[in-house]
Structure formats: structure tokens, C-alpha cells
Ligand binder design. Structure first.
Ligand SMILES: [Zn+2]
Length: 103
């Protein structure tokens, strides 16, 4: 009977602490999530919702579209990628406008 009383008191204390701490935990989690999002944005990383699990997103150098790295088109420099061959050709044409008209 004595143990039951102690258990009841402990349960009340635990519930009390949980209720008091819960809003702080939610706030802390929201703040942490916000900080993480802000850091990702500052680093130029894509927003989390756009990525499938485990897949890196890269940004098209021409039109700025985010796409999975497996679908990206790159030529010489792997750091410079394009979403499609059309964007690759547009970038090449913009970089060297004379070569196309000369040929
Ligand atoms: Zn593109």
C-alpha cells in the first residue's frame, strides 16, 4: 500500500514536469528546425521538401531548377550541371556566341 502511494505521487510529479516542460520542448524543436532551415538557405542548399530520401539535389546552371543529381547533365566540370541538354546548349551558346554563327 505504501509503494502504491509513492508510485502515485511519482506519477503525478512526472506528469506535472511533463506538462510544464512540453511547451518549451515544442518551442525548442521549432527554433532548432528554423535554425537548420536558415543555415541550409544560407549555404545555398535546396529546401528539404524537394529532396527524396538519400538523393542529392543539384542546381541547373542555366535556369536554376533543382533536380536529382542522377538526372543532371554535366559536361566537363562536374560542379556545373544542367537540367537538360537544352539548358546545356543554351549555356554553351551564351558563353560562345560567335562559334555558332561562324560555322
Ligand atoms: Zn535548366
Amino acid at each position: 500500500m505504501k509503494y502504491l502511494l509513492i508510485l502515485t505521487i511519482l506519477a503525478f510529479v512526472a506528469a506535472f514536469i511533463y506538462v510544464r516542460v512540453r511547451p518549451y520542448l515544442a518551442t525548442a524543436r521549432r527554433v532548432l528546425g528554423f535554425v537548420r532551415d536558415a543555415r541550409n538557405l544560407a549555404a545555398g542548399a535546396p529546401p528539404r521538401r524537394a529532396s527524396r530520401a538519400g538523393e542529392t539535389l543539384v542546381r541547373c546552371s542555366t535556369c536554376g531548377t533543382w533536380l536529382p543529381a542522377s538526372r543532371a547533365v554535366s559536361r566537363h566540370n562536374p560542379a556545373v550541371v544542367y537540367c537538360s541538354h537544352a539548358c546545356l546548349e543554351r549555356a554553351a551558346a551564351a558563353r560562345e556566341p560567335r562559334r555558332k554563327s561562324a560555322s
